[in-house]
Design a binder for this molecule. Structure first.
Ligand SMILES: Nc1ncnc2c1ncn2[C@@H]1O[C@H](COP(=O)(O)OP(=O)(O)OP(=O)(O)O)[C@@H](O)[C@H]1O
Ligand SMILES: [Mg+2]
Length: 357
């Protein structure tokens, strides 16, 4: 870059807004430098099929789910942590970036930091970068979500002490062992909260011959998941459609039903955590045994999950404060201290991915 080019760039940096985005499978959160978290909504978009125009984003689009006329489509543009519908993601980001620009009243395009799961392909990473750029970002930076979550949870990631974080979201469980500002071992398991919800839908259909909606299954998950046996048995009435008669029917599901429904997915999660620990060098492993494994993301709130992990892995498990916002808080801390955290951003080619599984 020429001297003049660099000067112009520096001036733009000083007057533009910096935005951090946790573009999640289930929820999208936006942090604006100097302002804090300004958006926290489901990653859902309603579109007019005829004109291609955006009808609603976030909560407004979620309430339209299952209630739309033929010409409106409600879409979840991310699947398993990565962009599956590029155009819709771009439209959603563009809507969010414009909203922020309107609020902070800036005419200069913002710099945008986007969190991405670790272990994704370069193509998936480029899609995130391009979507943010096409949506109006002047510069795009990417950061691995577990690193952002660890920073958001104030773990001492820059020290020569191992920390482990597992971010269990809607579409991915992203786990990383971090030391000296980098990931020592990491794994992106494409199985998380939404898969548990889907497993509950299938279980109720198979066991009770009733088809329930996703929202009902999610409620059952949040209320009953894996309460340690011996506690009072809990149950819940769920309503759905009888698959034989086609008519509405109510059934009572218990915590045991929910535990059975999600047990195989939970086993996979536990085995994956074990696998990551097995690949972790002994010194770092000793740090983790002492300091514990930190859980973030909505999945960290699954009742009984932290206790179960702790019991099986025999390492303390700690849910970080406000786990649903750890990643976006991390992007905020990075933006407020860009010089300090420059080294942890993913470079243009996504080079860091090569060391990851
Ligand atoms: N209290 C709760 N108990 C259990 N599960 C919860 C709770 N709150 C949210 N969840 C689940 O957490 C998931 C959403 O978490 P989160 O917002 O961290 O995901 P995301 O960041 O959008 O997804 P990803 O990081 O996988 O792309 C959903 O599956 C939701 O059902
Ligand atoms: Mg997430």
């Amino acid at each position: 870059m020429t001297w003049l080019g660099k000067k112009i760039h520096d001036v733009l940096d000083s007057v533009s807004t910096d935005i951090g985005i946790d573009l999640g499978t289930a929820n999208t959160l936006v942090y604006v430098k100097g302002k804090g978290i300004v958006v926290n909504e489901p990653t859902i978009v309603a579109l007019n099929k005829k004109t291609g125009q955006l009808v609603a984003v976030g909560d407004a689009a979620k309430t339209m789910m299952g209630r739309t006329p033929a010409h409106i489509d409600v879409v979840r543009p991310l699947v398993e942590g990565v962009i599956s519908d590029f155009e819709v993601t771009e439209e959603m980001l563009s809507y969010l970036i414009n909203k922020v620009r309107g609020e902070v009243k800036t005419i200069v395009a913002p710099r945008v930091l986007v969190g991405v799961p670790c272990g994704i392909t370069n193509v998936e990473m480029r899609a995130a970068r391009d979507a943010a750029r096409n949506a109006g970002a002047r510069d795009v930076f990417l950061v691995y979500e577990p690193l952002a979550a660890a920073i958001g949870a104030k773990l001492p990631i820059e020290k020569a002490t191992g920390s482990m974080i597992i971010d269990i979201g809607g579409g991915t469980a992203n786990m990383a062992v971090i030391s000296l500002g980098g990931m020592v071992t990491a794994k992106n398991l494409r199985l998380a909260g939404d898969h548990l919800t889907a497993a509950i839908v299938s279980y109720i259909r198979d066991q009770f011959k009733v088809l329930v909606g996703e929202k009902t299954a999610e409620e059952a998950k949040i209320k009953l998941a894996m309460i340690v046996s011996g506690d009072d048995m809990r149950e819940m009435v769920v309503r759905g459609r009888d698959v034989v008669t086609g008519l509405p029917r109510e059934v009572v599901v218990t915590d045991t039903d929910i535990r059975n429904a999600i047990s195989s997915a939970v086993d996979t999660l536990v085995e994956t955590v074990r696998g990551v620990l097995e690949q972790t060098p002994p010194e770092v492993l000793a740090d983790i045994m002492q300091r514990g494994i930190h859980l973030s993301g909505g999945g960290a709130l699954i009742p009984g999950l932290a206790e179960l992990l702790e019991e099986i892995i025999q390492v303390p498990v700690i849910v970080v404060p406000d786990p649903l916002r750890a990643v976006v808080r991390g992007t905020g801390i990075i933006l407020e201290n860009l010089d300090r955290y420059e080294d942890i951003l993913i470079d243009n080619e996504g080079e860091l991915t090569t060391q990851l599984t």
